[in-house]
Design a protein around this ligand. Structure first.
Ligand code: NAD
Ligand code: IPM
Ligand code: MN
Length: 342
């Protein structure tokens, strides 16, 4: 038998655990089909932090880094911790210290009447203003944004490779007209990487103009590459084209594989405190993120099976409240499970 793939589960906060619970049957289903996977459940999140003071202990981080292959993550963010220190210490730490440079956020129509678009946002996931270096002084505040050539190159090489494979146009979002240093670096690396991909139709756009063009004609876009901050904003906008925050998936990975654990799957949405604990969260984004993880592991049949089950459930009219339906999180999870092939 193959060596087991070890997947760590971190629910986090709010709706994180609710949507993650609906993705777990997909793991059981993959196992029943012969995939050798082991699960490690970890308790980190706001409740654990408030009860114990721990955020993500180093021993747990090392176990994740060296003893797991991937992480399935719910969401973090809790109104009881307004400075977000645990979110930084869990999610941003994992992204940065596992060097998960690429945050892949695909956006495809799920429901009738949605625009026929095929967009993949490639967001740099570790740098820019997320380096969390700054100061607040009387009357003055600074957030530093750091961009480094290796990370920018890894992100752009992954984006160009996807554009070549999928035969989609590539657009780099930037604001180098103002952010001369950081986004100037992005433009230089972009010009270098595009030389290796002469067949890709590639352009750069000022991010402000890009957003207007994207809303006017989303189908004109394919791969959109962006730094951490712009990519965060652009990917939420793209989610709005296909049903909103509840349905958008993401996968982060380390193309250069510096550690055993080189992938983290999580929905694009957050912990949604406004609907937490009410069985209102849509689990589709989390379940589609699990499919992205299966594909990353080379389990194409399982990835396609989960995606087809989501489409089939939506095709029969199964809808949570955010999509105008009446199903709860658990009901929607069940509707999807029913369509997983035997
Ligand atoms: P959010 O994504 O949690 O919620 C935004 C809106 O989308 C809310 O109206 C919410 O009800 C709705 N929504 C989100 N997920 C949904 C789902 N599965 N089904 C139906 N509706 C859903 O963003 P926010 O309110 O700006 O942030 C709340 C907390 O989450 C903050 O602490 C924020 O920092 C954190 N956050 C975490 C992540 C993450 O862990 N990856 C991502 C985004 C925000
Ligand atoms: C996301 C979230 C996070 C981000 C927050 C919670 C730090 O918005 O995953 O998109 O900004 O990256
Ligand atoms: Mn975001």
């Amino acid at each position: 038998m193959d060596k087991p793939v070890r997947i760590a589960l971190i629910s986090g906060d709010g709706v994180g655990g609710e949507v993650l619970a609906e993705a777990l049957p997909c793991l059981d289903w993959a196992r029943a089909r012969g995939r050798n996977l082991e699960i490690l459940r970890l308790p980190y999140g706001a409740d654990h932090h408030l009860a114990t003071g721990e955020i993500l202990p180093d021993t747990a981080f090392r176990e994740l880094r060296d003893g797991c292959d991937a992480i399935l993550f719910g969401a973090v963010g809790d109104p009881r911790i307004p400075d977000g220190r645990h979110a930084e210490g869990i999610l941003l730490r994992l992204r940065q210290e596992l060097e998960l440079t690429v945050n892949f956020r695909p956006c495809r129509p799920l429901l009738p009447g949605q625009p026929r678009l095929d967009i993949e946002v490639f967001r740099e996931n570790t740098e820019g203003p997320y380096c969390l270096q700054g100061t607040t002084e009387p009357g003055r505040a600074v957030d530093l944004a750091i961009h480094t050539e290796p990370a920018v190159r890894r992100l752009l090489e992954s984006a160009f490779a996807a554009a070549a494979r999928r035969q989609l146009p590539l657009t780099l979002a930037h604001k180098a007209n103002v952010l001369k240093h950081g986004h100037g670096l992005w433009l230089r690396v972009f010009e270098a990487v595009r030389l290796d991909h002469p067949a890709v139709s590639a352009r750069t756009m000022h991010a402000d103009a890009l957003l207007c063009a994207l809303v006017q004609d989303p189908a004109a876009f394919g791969i959109i590459a962006a730094d951490n901050y712009l990519g965060d904003l652009i990917s939420d906008l793209c989610a709005a084209f296909v049903g909103g925050m509840g349905v958008a998936p993401s996968l982060s990975w380390a193309p250069h594989r510096p550690h055993r654990c080189a992938a983290l799957a999580e929905p694009v949405h957050g912990s949604a405190p406004d609907i937490a604990g009410k069985d209102l969260a849509n689990p589709v984004g989390m379940i589609l993120s699990t499919a992205l993880l299966f594909r990353h592991l080379g389990w194409e049949a399982e990835a396609a099976g989960v995606e087809a089950a989501v489409s089939a459930a939506l095709g029969t009219g199964a809808r949570t409240h955010d999509l105008g339906g009446s199903l709860g999180t658990r009901g929607m999870g069940m509707a999807i499970r029913r369509h997983l092939p035997a």
